[in-house]
Structure formats: C-alpha cells, structure tokens
Design a protein. Sequence first.
Length: 463
Amino acid sequence: MKHNFFRMDWWATASSTACSTRGCSRRRRGLLSSGMTACYFSLVACFSPAALSTAEEPSPAQQHTGSQVVLVADTESQTVEPLVIERSVMTKGYDGKQCWVHARAGVVPTDDPQSAPTIVLTTQRLDITGSDVFHALHSAFSADLGETWSPLVPQAGFERWKIADRTEETICDFSPMWHGKSGKLLGFGQSVRYFDNKVMHVRPKFTGYSVYEPETHSWAKPKQLEMPDELRFRSSGAGSVQRYDLPNGDLLLPVYFKSPEETQYSVTVCLCKFDGETVTYVRHGNELTVDVQRGFAEPSITAFKDRYYLTLRNDEHGYVTTSSDGLNYEPPRRWTFDDGSDLGNYNTQQHWVTHPSGLYLVYTRKGANNDHVFRHRAPLFIARVDPDKLHVLRDTEQVLVPERGARLGNFGVSKVTPNETWVVVTEWMQTWNRPTYIMPVDNVYGADNSIHIAKIKWPSTIE
C-alpha cells in the first residue's frame, strides 16, 4: 500500500454574523457550515455554558507551562458567557502554481503587562502540481496581536539540503510553541525526502526541531531528535502535533512511527528534556495503533484537570484516549457525538483548545454540505468535549473557520494571552481529482490561499 499523506487546507468570506447561546438556531448554524453565510470579521460563538469554582491545589496537569492553559478551576458550577471569535487574514494571494500550507503560530511572552507578546507565524510553500512537495519554512512576526505583520521571510536553515544526486530533504509540518523553562520558542516538525522532486514513499524520516532567535527574527538550522536505534523508529516524526510542557520543563512530545518498509503507523508519547539548545529523548510510553489502513498518525496531547488527553488521526475515523501519567494511555476509542453518532472526522488531524472553562476539540468532518472539499477538510469546527465520557457535545459545535472550497485540515492552536487563543490555518489549494486536483485561481468558491487567524476571545472574568 502506498504511503502518502496528502495534506491540505481552506477559507471563508463576507459579512459579520452574531449568534448568542440561546439565539443561534441549528438551521443558522447549518448555513454557516455550508459557507452560505461566512462571517469574516467577528462572530459571537455559540458555546454552551461552562462552569467554574475555586479549585484545590493544582496537579501538574493543571498548571500553565509554555503556551498551555492554566487548569486550576473546576468546571461544574458557574455559567461562562458566550465567547467571541474574531477572524482576520494575515496574507492572501494565489498564482495557481504554489500555495502556503502548514501555517501555525508561536508566542514569545513579555514581562511587561502593558506590552503585547510577539507572535511568530510559520508557514511553507507547496508546489500545486505535486503531492506534498514542500519548500523552505517561512516566518513572520507581529508585535501588536496580529494587527500588522512583518513580511514572510524564508529561513535559510530550512532550505532543502542534498542527500545524494537527485535526492533532497527538508522539514515540514512545523509547529512552534513557547518553552517556559528555557525561555525559548521551540518548534517541531518532521523530515520529508524527495527524489526528482517527488516524495520517496520508502524513506527514513525523523523529528526535526528548531529554536527561534528573536534578535534576528529567524529560526536556527533544524536538528534531529535522536530516537532509540531500533528499526521501528527509523521512520518517525512529530509532524503537525501538539506537545505538552510539564512544570519542570520536560516535554511530552507525541510522535508517530514505523519501519520504513511498513505502511501502518503507531503512536507513542516521548518524555524529552530541553536545555535551551538541544532536545534529548528520555523514554516513551506505551505504543498505540489500530489495524485500519495506516494506523494512527498526527497525535496531539493536552492536559485538563488531572488527566492527559490524546487525539489521533486515522484513515477512517478520529480517535481519542486518556492517561493519568501522560505517557501510558488507555485503548483509544472513536470520536463520537454525545448522541452516539460518529463525529465524521477521518484522515485529518484534530487539535485541542484547553481553557479553564472547558476542554474543546477543533476538527473537520463529513456531513456539513462539504462533499466538494477534499476529504471534507472544511469548514473548521470547534466544540466542547465531555472530559469524562470522551465525546463531543453536538449542541456546542460551531464553525470556527468557514469553507470556501479549499481544505483547512492542517492548522495550529496557540494560547496568545490568558484571554485569547488563536487557531491559524491556510487554504490549501488542492482538491479532489475532479477533473484535476489543482484549484483554479478563479475557482467558484472564492478560495485564494488566505492565511486565516481565528481569535477566540475568552471572557476576562475567567482566571
């Protein structure tokens, strides 16, 4: 079976729409999800009431580290006001030859409470005519919470390096996040190798990481995370994952892996240390897979109250599991809604939004008038998760980013301030092969490779 993850993403446009928790009807939400009504400036999201009360002393899984959320409150008593989502476009434009993909943001905090943090956005170019044909990472920054941005600048250390004649390699699926213990912005991705500019389907793969240099607004040349010298780790990576940083600075880094000749991936969570320059593997937990096509991939981890949560990509379904120690997980189960129906997510990553008001999942799914979108990877949804029953609360589902024909399945989540979380995503300008997988510049849906920023504005009363 051919090993090939075909990655992709999306957009939306138009008028301002507001919904309150009580006033947003299912029909109206359906219009939003179909893209018939696309709100592009601000949206009051229809999240269900959540609860807060004074907590006991927080466990390690409840404490704020890096860009993770402080989880120090019970969520069973007080009503949380409806949340506001503001959308903006960082850049747009499409020439029919290349498009931006894998846009995600990291946050460099400031010691001055009157100053905004520096937001660092990373993305890379994709050749439209190929499959996963990526070029060097680009980076831009904002010092005013995304009101203005520096130009996207290619990072020299991420330019493809030569492996052999006609063979090159680079890093893709990059995700930056602040590491509080070291005071460094640290990003992880994975290697991809090309022969004659085509992905080698039998190839070694490794987790690559890089440290941001704020003085020059640039990323250091990526390094390789050294894994155990075992065959099954010779094709392993932390591409498109969310990591979790423990209070002592150790990293919980989820990776997926297989031997180069196999087609089925497994997932594990690695305990790693970072000294400000080098990431060191310490050990890993139990290994998870499912005997369904390519197994599990693109895992993302978070912590809520006294549990760790891991969400997993599979070709046919999204999966979820939990852990008490962050390393060893229960058997994964399929993502479902609270009525027992399948979530409808498949062959696409999901990520967490974690906040004292509750645990949320960001995902794409079938059944949203989106059969024209590759793998149904738009619109981008957000909904609250029941942390005990491990299902998505259907009535809380809202469109986070509307669809404009292009896929939105490769995205990132960043805690920017205590009152603001960002979801960053690009419109990936490839689609179903009907009759061609290349979206035209003048496509009927209006996608133009915009890099979208959806800002979740949490009520300031939640602390």
